[in-house]
Design a binder for this molecule. Structure first.
Ligand SMILES: [Zn+2]
Ligand SMILES: [Zn+2]
Length: 370
């Protein structure tokens, strides 16, 4: 039985434990991936803190990139040695959501996310003591080796650096997609982005790519200003020091913005994003809040100001197509990736990496394997 070092969460609000786990070989329609890079993303932090309940023990991590180690019977789209990016919402390809181009809403991915199990109802991870360990989002990229459904991997060009592919797999596709696929922002639109973490910076980047303007970044950490400006923000509002809604209006002739994005997962920020819209404006929520969170909005503005409030998962993209498209956009110079990565960590440093994320010290960081 193959074994591999992994970060296991045994209990929420406790550090993850780095230990050698057994990784069961791929069954029919499954692949085993040797991870080369994994993203330190905010979504996992919600599970660590217990804001989003998940069965434990579990191996978290939903962004990454790696190399196929072994394939199970019937696998045709990848072979050992192929470079792949895991998709954290695998999709069946046959249901109405999949056929309508909304694979992130497919029940297959939703079920794996909430049960922490493979589609057959079992797990492929075991602790040294024989205890079953759950998967996260079907991919568990915080394990050096991870078995996942074939539907959860997309093959990529082996010449494309794996660490860059890992950045694309969550933060980039979710943020850029929120602009291009969810909001479909036209050139020249005014945009405000509430939250300048891994997703927010890529929303700013998406707004730059579609020639929106002005692009206004809002964050309570002044250290985010330089990152936000580098991605394309013309203005930065420190939400800890002023009324952010008023500040957005001051920058847009008192009218507000055409598009406001929430990328931090806080009800207060959703309210502010909605309040900072111009008449006819659209607010898009991409941040993950606590499971029981509620926001208070003025519902009459939906009517009298014709505001729109919507959410987006995975940037409302089609990951199998859009991961590859984003790689091409990077190669053409349109998409910045090198500027996003603030530092790398080893798997053993994962708890430290999340502490740095919580303190707002990093734009995007990756766990990397040699
Ligand atoms: Zn489906
Ligand atoms: Zn993520």
């Amino acid at each position: 039985m193959p074994t591999a070092p992994a970060a296991v969460l045994y209990e929420s609000a406790q550090p993850m434990v780095i230990e050698e786990v057994e990784v069961l070989p791929p069954q029919a329609g499954e692949v085993m991936v040797r991870m080369k890079a994994a993203g330190v993303c905010h979504s996992d932090l919600h599970v660590m803190k217990g804001d989003l309940p998940m069965p434990v023990p579990i191996i978290l991590g939903h962004e990454g990139a790696g190399v196929v180690e072994e394939v199970g019977p019937g696998v045709t789209s990848v072979a050992p040695g192929d470079h792949v990016v895991p998709i954290w919402r695998a999709s069946c390809g046959r249901c109405d959501f999949c056929l309508k181009g909304r694979p992130a809403l497919c029940d297959m991915g939703t079920a794996m996310r909430f049960t922490g199990l493979m589609p057959d109802g079992n797990t492929r991870f075991r602790s040294a003591g024989g205890r079953s360990i759950r998967h996260y989002a079907g991919v568990s990229t915080f394990s050096s080796l991870s078995t996942m459904p074939e539907a959860a991997v997309v093959r990529i060009d082996p010449a494309f650096p794996l660490w860059k592919a890992a950045l694309i797999s969550c933060g980039v596709i979710t943020g850029v997609g929120a602009v291009t696929h969810a909001a479909k922002v036209p050139p020249g639109s005014s945009v405000a982005v509430f939250g300048c973490g891994g997703i927010g910076l890529n929303i700013i980047q998406g707004a730059r790519m579609v020639s929106a303007g002005p692009v206004i970044a809002v964050d309570a950490h002044p250290g985010k200003e330089a990152h936000a400006r580098r991605m394309g923000a013309a203005h930065f509002i420190n939400a800890a020091e002023c009324d952010a809604v008023q500040a957005v209006k001051d920058l847009t002739g008192g009218r507000g913005v055409d598009y406001a994005f929430e990328a931090i997962g806080q009800p207060r920020a959703i309210e502010q994003a909605y309040d900072s819209l111009k008449k006819g404006g659209t607010c898009v929520v991409s941040g993950i809040c606590r499971a029981d969170a509620r926001a208070a909005i003025n519902v009459n503005q939906l009517v009298y100001a014709e505001k729109t409030l919507r959410g987006t998962l995975y940037g409302s993209t089609r990951p199998r197509i859009d991961v590859v498209n984003l790689m091409r956009l990077h190669e053409s110079g349109a998409l910045q990736l090198d500027e996003l990565l603030t530092r790398t960590w080893r798997l053993e440093q994962i708890n430290e990496a999340y502490e740095a994320l919580e303190r707002g010290e990093v734009a995007r960081s990756l766990i990397v394997w040699e």
